[in-house]
Design a binder for this molecule. Structure first.
Ligand SMILES: Nc1nc(=O)c2c([nH]1)NC[C@@H]1CN(c3ccc(C(=O)N[C@@H](CCC(=O)O)C(=O)O)cc3)C=[N+]21
Length: 302
């Protein structure tokens, strides 16, 4: 029996419905959620993504502002814009679309965003909150992957999850989220000599490599859950993931398609983070030493 398709468009629709309801309550109370999206330069793909994000905001009743700048915008001017948005009470989330032009240091820009508005979850402080199990904004793509995995009903406790890829935006946070859900986690990457050796033992595989056909049917344990974060083009120029969907579908129990899997969920979790920022769900922004709410329940237990 072929794998069940995990439909990221459908799950996004459901979650965006809930987000819209919660947003309407805030708006009625005079606190409409607001997202600012900044785009620098001419990258055509970035223009498409940014347009989708702004449209998604409108669909759930958020206020949004899109600021587009020429590729020669100075780093200082960009930092000044972020500073103004940090202080703007109508804005609860700030997203600076990556990649930035080469003369701008992405790390400087990300760290300039107030942690309370870092809805991408890209800053060092947000990353630290994830590592420490503290409340905070989780990076949208791995956060969305966790929601997709949840729909399969799999209990991750005691399961082996293999993440392929170690980027700061996907692979590393993905591994931490799976770990937090009590999976045993293996991280594989470009220097892993025999990928199949690991993936064949996996109950869950998350592929986030950026190379098509990285995961093929012979590398997958029967019944595994397969999440495809890849965004590549095939020879015909069609969007495809890192997974050989047609082959792996015959072996896995559940699999996400590309497009229509992880991509839409990335935008949905951006909306969720922005909503929770407006609701001030994560109010832990001053970290008080010794009061970390995410302390391990039983200190000393590995
Ligand atoms: N600061 C920042 N935050 C980001 O979250 C961020 C970024 N920079 N830079 C670029 C990447 C890429 N990204 C995508 C989000 C949704 C889809 C998406 O919805 N994809 C659709 C298909 C879209 C199509 O057909 O081209 C899908 O998979 O079904 C894709 C890519 C967010 N990114």
């Amino acid at each position: 029996m072929p794998a069940q398709n995990i439909d990221g468009v459908l799950l996004s629709q459901q979650l965006r419905g809930e987000i819209a309801e919660r947003a309407a309550k805030l708006t009625a109370a005079g606190k409409q959620p607001g997202l600012a999206v900044i785009l620098v330069g001419e990258d055509p793909a970035s223009h498409v993504y940014v347009r989708n994000k702004v449209k998604a905001c409108g669909d759930v009743g958020f206020h949004s502002v899109l600021e587009k700048y020429e590729a020669d915008l100075s780093e200082a001017d960009l930092l000044a814009r972020i500073d103004a948005l940090n202080k703007d009470p109508a804005i609860h989330g700030i997203l600076v679309q990556m990649p930035l032009p080469k003369h701008i240091d992405p790390s400087k820009v990300i760290e300039a965003i107030a942690t309370s508005k870092d809805v991408d979850g890209y800053s060092v402080l947000s990353a630290g909150e994830l590592v420490a199990n503290l409340p905070g904004f989780r990076p949208c793509t791995p956060y969305g992957c966790m929601k997709l995995i949840e729909t399969t009903g799999i209990d991750l406790r005691g399961k082996h999850a293999v993440v392929i890829g170690r980027s700061n935006t996907v692979g590393k946070p993905m591994a931490l989220l799976l770990l937090q859900a009590n999976a045993t986690v293996t991280i594989c990457h470009s220097a892993t000599p025999d990928l199949g050796l690991y993936t064949r033992q996996a109950d869950v595989v998350v592929a986030a490599v950026g190379r098509r056909n990285t995961l093929t049917a012979d590398m997958v344990k029967p019944g595994a859950v397969v999440i495809d974060v890849g965004m590549n083009r095939d020879d015909a120029g069609k969007l495809c993931g890192d997974v050989d969907y047609a082959g792996v579908r015959e072996v896995a129990s559940h699999i996400t398609p590309v497009p229509g899997g992880v991509g839409p969920m990335t935008i949905t979790m951006l909306l969720m983070n922005t909503l929770e920022s407006a609701e001030r769900v994560h109010s832990s922004k001053q970290i008080v030493p010794g009061q970390a709410s995410g302390m391990d329940p039983k200190p000393g237990v590995a």
